[in-house]
Design a protein around this ligand. Structure first.
Ligand code: DI6
Ligand code: FE
Length: 408
């Protein structure tokens, strides 16, 4: 089991802080300092303003490094067996993602490989992937189920996700995505499958395995009416919801999710103006997934300006999964969010810190401010706009997760 932070006070000085503490702007503090007390940030500011006579147990010089909140990947499907490189080749020959799914490949093939894997294999492969994300400063990770599609196998995948959070120096938030695809046992009976999913939720929750509930609302997934039944079951359990919405077509999923107070709606390339307004009214975060957009060679962009104009918070995530986004670099997603979706570098960084935290319902992280969890990344960079600028290289130098320094 991982250690927890001792109740010591540690001072980190000579940092260029990008606090993201205000509603806009980088919140830059030159020659800044951070006081960490146990797992929590106790003080942030200019070194020159440090309270006099401060008693600390240890002091570290960051040598002028850029310091940001630890990164948060708020949408991943990290736990699965096998891989789908052959399907990638099929798509390069002209088959579409939806064609392959309809022909019984796609998510279904990963379900077969996931069910065939042992728990030890699932844990080892997911931990390997988590460590790649962590090397770039990720300190909080959401992990969805959705490749088990039976009570037993969904529970196993969620349990593996919980173990990642217990055994690695990061926080894992778990999401039950049993309504990801139709389980093979329910062929031709999607409504019966949704009934089953609704009956599993309280059982999975009772085992402490679920922080949120998600569904794939799509022509090749589940209808809005089926999605709503899953949301109603989540609501009866008191669990927050989120949704894979409007990725390949407009199903009205975002507006439905907003009615259930969804934490986030994710993908959104086909989001309508009505969907934008509904998300704005419910305070739902738009989680943008440029890795899937890139890998599926999509051309229709999410309605970025409409989302901005409506004041919808923007998050950015890897959507790591073996079918539509096999990437394991959140920094590359920042680059893609700017280059492909035209986010500003500041929006992109907010998308993997403060707004990603909000997409997970976590108010205690994503900014450098007193009282926040001491999840912090130090970078070999001068300015935070470089995080979205460089790609294919990792400038992460040091990471604190809950106040404890770990190897990035
Ligand atoms: N949308 C996605 O991008 C992933 N799931 C989903 O509903 C893809 C999952 C896969 O292809 O395995
Ligand atoms: Fe996804």
């Amino acid at each position: 089991m991982k250690p927890t932070a001792p109740t010591t006070r540690t001072l980190w000085r000579h940092a260029r802080l990008a606090t993201l503490a205000g509603p806009t702007g980088w919140g830059l503090v030159d020659d800044g300092a951070l006081l960490v007390d146990g797992e929590t940030i106790a003080w942030v500011g200019r070194s020159a303003d440090l309270p006099a006579g401060l008693a600390v147990d240890a002091e570290h010089d960051l040598g002028g490094a850029l310091v940001t909140p630890g990164l948060i990947d708020c949408h991943t499907h990290l736990v699965y067996g096998g891989q789908r490189a052959a399907e990638f080749e099929q798509r390069l020959q002209g088959a579409s993602y939806a064609d392959i799914a309809r022909a019984g490949g796609g998510i279904r093939s990963t379900v077969a490989a996931t069910r065939a894997a042992s728990e030890a294999e699932l844990f080892a492969s997911a931990a390997r992937r988590a460590r790649v994300l962590m090397a770039e400063g990720v300190t909080t990770l959401e992990v969805k189920s959705g490749y088990g599609l039976s009570l037993e196998h969904e529970a196993r995948c969620l349990h593996v996700a919980r173990r990642l959070g217990a055994e690695l120096p990061l926080t894992v938030s778990t999401t039950c995505l049993a309504a990801h695809a139709l389980a093979p046992e329910f062929e031709g009976r999607p409504d019966d499958y949704i009934d089953a999913v609704c009956s599993w939720l309280p059982q999975l929750q009772a085992q402490g395995l679920v922080d949120a509930v998600d569904a794939f609302c799509e022509t090749i997934g589940f209808s809005a009416a089926q999605t709503e039944r899953v949301f109603a079951a989540a609501q009866r359990c008191g669990l927050p919801v989120k949704l894979h919405a409007e990725q390949l077509s407009d199903q009205g999923g975002a507006a439905l999710a907003a009615r259930y107070g969804a934490l986030s709606c994710d993908h959104l390339e086909h989001l309508s103006q009505a969907g934008v307004q509904a998300m704005a009214a419910s305070g739902t975060v738009a989680a943008l997934l440029p890795g899937a957009f890139y890998f599926l060679r999509e051309t229709r962009l999410p309605p970025l300006q409409a989302l901005r104009d409506a004041g919808v918070p923007l998050a950015v995530a890897s959507d790591h999964n073996p079918g539509s986004s096999p990437g394991l670099s959140l920094l590359l997603m920042l680059s893609m969010a700017c280059t492909l979706f035209r986010l500003t570098p500041e929006e992109a960084l907010r998308g993997v810190t403060v707004n990603a935290a909000r997409a997970l319902g976590l108010a205690d992280r994503g900014r450098l401010a007193a009282g926040q969890r001491a999840d912090v990344a130090a970078w070999d960079l001068e300015h935070p706009n470089e995080l979205a600028y460089w790609f294919g290289h990792n400038p992460c130098r040091r990471v604190l997760a809950g106040g404890l320094e770990r190897t990035p």
